[in-house]
Design a protein around this ligand. Structure first.
Ligand code: ADP
Length: 365
């Protein structure tokens, strides 16, 4: 088995459920500068830079208790640490294995230092994946939500109808039945509310996987996606990004979703506008945060929606789910930031949100 592993050009590292290294391929020895004997039994966090180095045990524990994959089976472009202390970019894929001694994990690592082309490719792929997962998770979310909500809502309607019919003969006995029907009605309505609440928790996903990334890159990728397929035709798109506010500490996929949602909304809002201008700016705000503004020259907010903008299922579009802004709100909030809306100096709407800056000098992106 080991001989076979050694023929794989990428590095391959097998760890047990405690995070201790069990097997370290030839490729891994070359990539990290350690011999297999040096690292056998050592914690795999040895191969990672901060903050993963300190947090890796927690990541494993979290996975083993929740079974909720953050990286397993997904793969990610991230960074690793060479024996000499250098940090280098890698593509990491992790699989799960069952061994005689219990559960373990196998990591495949590709060094991306030399491969700018591959890196670009991976980034495109990542953005596309984020996009696909947004659509497919929205799709399955909508289906399961419709299914789950149907039950309590049907019950609410049935109890309300029964209560109304019983009112035709308001005897003492019927009044007791009416009271009971209305109590059931309220209980079912609360249940429907809990389902929506669970959905919000699901979207928030508790902890986020924070990394230091370039805000410029996230905005540019999201813009490329939003303007694809001719959606940006005739739109005057401009970015004004402050280079000193570039490194942010965020979950990049989630942040990209926020920017993408806001850009898509702006483009949709401007479909009928004769003059279409879209601008993304970053500015300094309260300490340790950067403010991002997505401004459009569309018609501005519909007064019917303005008060409920960030609530789920509020939409003015015939085919709108009304989830976009509520997802943005959850993501920004889970990063400790704020999101709000103001009229834009371009004539339409301007969405503003804040995200945490990484400490300067820590950039690894
Ligand atoms: P959806 O796009 O599915 O309707 P969202 O939560 O993303 O859901 O948006 C909710 C509503 O907010 C939209 O239906 C629209 O009325 C309004 N809205 C969002 N962005 C803009 C914008 N840039 N200009 C005008 N209205 C907007």
């Amino acid at each position: 088995m080991h001989a076979l592993i050694d023929t794989v050009p990428d590095a391959m590292v097998v760890i047990d459920g405690e995070g201790s290294i069990r097997s370290f391929s030839k490729g891994a020895e070359e990539m990290f500068g350690y011999g297999e004997a040096d690292v056998q039994g050592e914690n795999v966090s040895l191969l990672m830079p901060s903050p993963d180095r300190e947090n890796h045990d927690r990541y494993i524990r979290r996975y083993l208790t929740t079974n909720e994959p953050h990286i397993i089976g997904i793969g990610r472009v991230t960074t690793a640490r060479h024996r000499n202390g250098n940090t280098f970019p890698i593509k990491l894929s992790i699989g799960e294995i069952e061994t005689a001694e219990g559960q373990g994990f196998v990591g495949y690592i590709r060094d991306l230092t030399e491969s700018h082309a591959t890196e670009r490719e991976l980034h495109t792929l990542q953005s596309e994946l984020a996009h696909v997962s947004r659509i497919s998770s929205m799709g399955s979310l909508a289906t399961s939500l419709a299914h789950e909500l149907n039950q309590p809502l049907t019950a609410v309607a049935n109890y309300a109808n029964a209560a109304r019919d019983l009112l035709d003969e308001p005897g003492e006995e019927n009044m007791a039945l009416i009271r009971e029907a209305l109590e059931q009605c309220a209980a079912e309505a609360l249940r429907a509310g809990q389902i929506v609440h669970r959905l919000r928790d699901f979207i928030k996903r508790g902890e986020t996987e924070r990394q230091i990334v370039s805000l410029r890159r996230i905005i540019q990728e999201a813009a490329a996606l939003a303007l694809m397929n001719g959606d940006g035709k005739g739109v005057d798109f401009e970015t004004r990004l402050d280079a000193s506010l570039d490194k942010v500490l965020v979950d990049p996929v989630q942040l990209q979703q926020v920017v993408l949602n806001l850009l898509r909304n702006a483009l949709e809002a401007m479909l009928e506008s004769p003059h279409r201008q879209l601008r993304v700016i970053t500015t300094a705000t309260e300490k340790a945060f950067v403010e991002v503004t997505v401004a459009d020259s569309g018609p501005g907010l519909d007064s019917k929606i303005a008060d409920h903008l960030f609530h789920p299922f509020k939409s003015t579009k015939s085919d709108g789910m009304g989830l976009g802004l509520s997802i943005c709100h959850s993501i920004v909030q889970s990063h400790g930031g704020k999101i709000w809306v103001e009229p834009s100096d371009l004539g339409g709407t301007a969405f503003h949100f804040t995200v945490p800056l990484a400490e300067t000098g820590n950039g690894d992106d």
